[in-house]
Design a protein around this ligand. Structure first.
Ligand SMILES: Cc1cc2nc3c(=O)[nH]c(=O)nc-3n(C[C@H](O)[C@H](O)[C@H](O)COP(=O)(O)OP(=O)(O)OC[C@H]3O[C@@H](n4cnc5c(N)ncnc54)[C@H](O)[C@@H]3O)c2cc1C
Length: 400
């Protein structure tokens, strides 16, 4: 029996309505492929903090008709500073300099803004919220998706874009779990008027200290600063044995960074992080032996979640979505075996290399002593060293 002889509920089921899943839906719908998105949450609103989008993703979003530029901040430059006194180690233009060379803008925006822009491009009837996938089986000619407290859905093919703790991944690649990098991070959004001493708040800023680093950038219209602070302790706290995050407070975070001699401007940012704060154990995903199994394929963090240190997790999810949508549009859902194989061939090595560079960057920011001096001396070569990430334009092969 072939796919078309079954009574499918949907053609392409996308599990996960995050940044990658919505981009995939936009790409498929734009190419006339029927798609339904199943998201566990009860809406597509996003909490959380800021996200940086480099040209490798802003270029693709633009082609899909999504224009984050209208809502994002374009940092004019990037600054590397010393942790203890804020001395400028190196700076470089971003803004127009970057756009002219990379073929797209570098933007920083609130994750909620980005998700809203993506969600607005998908008709609401194609998005099924409150659908938490709890099981998946392949039958002759289709994929049966089981959702908690909901009727099963039968799809021709399914894409698991359900994030780093993916429920689809086990079905495709077995029990591969994310691994701890040994770093603990916390994030926050701070109104810019609370930190009047912060130099150039719309810039992309890396503050580098021994065993710690901070990334700060303005988001949207520049009225909020996004903070990501990362610490690599000698020994991970006990809570990381059983959980990836724990509730924390800015008082605890402040005590840690004050104790390590951080500059008062970063302490001021931490002090002004409002609302609930969590400490996160940073994670990335080991390579999977396979990206697809039969009619089910993985994309985004579910298949290659990187550490956040190159700001590329969303970018790689967007690249995956763009390529997969293009291949499925060309092959049709019945051509999924070729489409999935070509997708993995085009994406695997790049995504892995981005993961590797993300790990390296996390170490690079936190060097100390002579190694930190060598890092600082090498910073002028950074734009060239990471150009391959930003300048990359994904190719979707045309039909033979
Ligand atoms: C501290 C930090 C900072 C970051 N900063 C950046 C940055 O600056 N730039 C950047 O590009 N990336 C950044 N990232 C990474 C980025 O957020 C992710 O890589 C990106 O969101 C991945 O997109 P995705 O669609 O694969 O997964 P997600 O966006 O995580 O979406 C997964 C979706 O699947 C849903 N889901 C999960 N399980 C189920 C289920 N069982 N059934 C149904 N739905 C389910 C979830 O609710 C969610 O909506 C950062 C990450 C971290 C941790």
């Amino acid at each position: 029996m072939e796919a078309w002889s079954l009574n499918h509920d949907v053609d392409v089921a996308v599990v996960g309505g995050g940044l990658g899943g919505l981009t995939l839906a936009i790409g498929l719908l734009g190419a006339g492929v029927s798609v339904d998105v199943f998201e566990q949450a009860d809406d597509l609103r996003e909490v959380g903090a800021g996200v940086a989008l480099a040209a490798n993703s802003t270029r693709l979003l633009d082609r899909l008709g999504v224009r984050p530029e209208s809502a994002g901040n374009a940092p004019p430059d990037v600054h590397f500073r010393r942790w203890d006194d804020g001395t400028l180690i190196w700076s470089h233009p971003v803004g127009d300099w970057y756009r002219e060379r990379m073929g797209g803008p570098f933007l920083t925006l609130h994750r909620a803004t980005l998700r809203r822009l993506l969600a607005e491009a998908v008709p609401p009837e194609r998005v099924h919220t409150c659908h938490r996938l709890v099981g998946i089986d392949q039958e002759l000619g289709g994929v049966r998706l089981r959702f908690a407290g909901r009727a099963d859905v039968l799809a021709r093919i399914a894409v698991g874009v359900d994030g780093i703790h993916s429920a689809v991944r086990g079905h495709v690649a077995g029990a591969i779990a994310p691994v701890l990098s040994g770093e603990i991070g916390f994030r926050g959004l701070i109104p810019v008027e609370r930190c009047p001493d912060m130099p150039t708040p719309t810039s992309m800023q890396f503050w580098c200290g021994p065993g710690t680093h901070v990334v700060a950038f303005g988001i949207d219209d520049g009225t909020l600063i996004n903070l990501l602070a990362v610490h690599q302790p000698d020994r991970l706290p006990d809570w990381t044995r059983t959980s990836h995050r724990t509730a924390g407070s800015s008082t605890e975070a402040l005590a840690l960074f004050r104790g390590l001699g951080w500059d008062s401007r970063i302490l001021g940012l931490i002090d002004n992080v409002g609302g609930d704060m969590h400490f996160w154990a940073l994670l990335d995903l080991p390579p999977l032996a396979r990206w697809s199994r039969g009619r089910v394929v993985l994309a985004g963090d579910a298949v290659h979640a990187p550490l956040p240190h190159q700001g590329q997790g969303a970018g790689q999810a967007i690249e995956d979505a763009y390529v997969l949508a293009g291949l499925l549009a060309r092959a049709g859902t019945s051509g999924y075996p070729d489409a999935f194989a070509t997708y993995e061939r085009l994406r695997r090595s790049r995504a892995r290399r981005v993961q590797h560079y993300s790990r390296q960057a996390g170490r690079f920011y936190k060097l100390e002593g002579a190694a930190a001096g060598r890092r600082d001396a090498a910073l002028p070569g950074l734009p060239e060293r990471i150009r391959w990430i930003h300048a990359h334009d994904v190719e979707v092969p045309t039909a033979h």
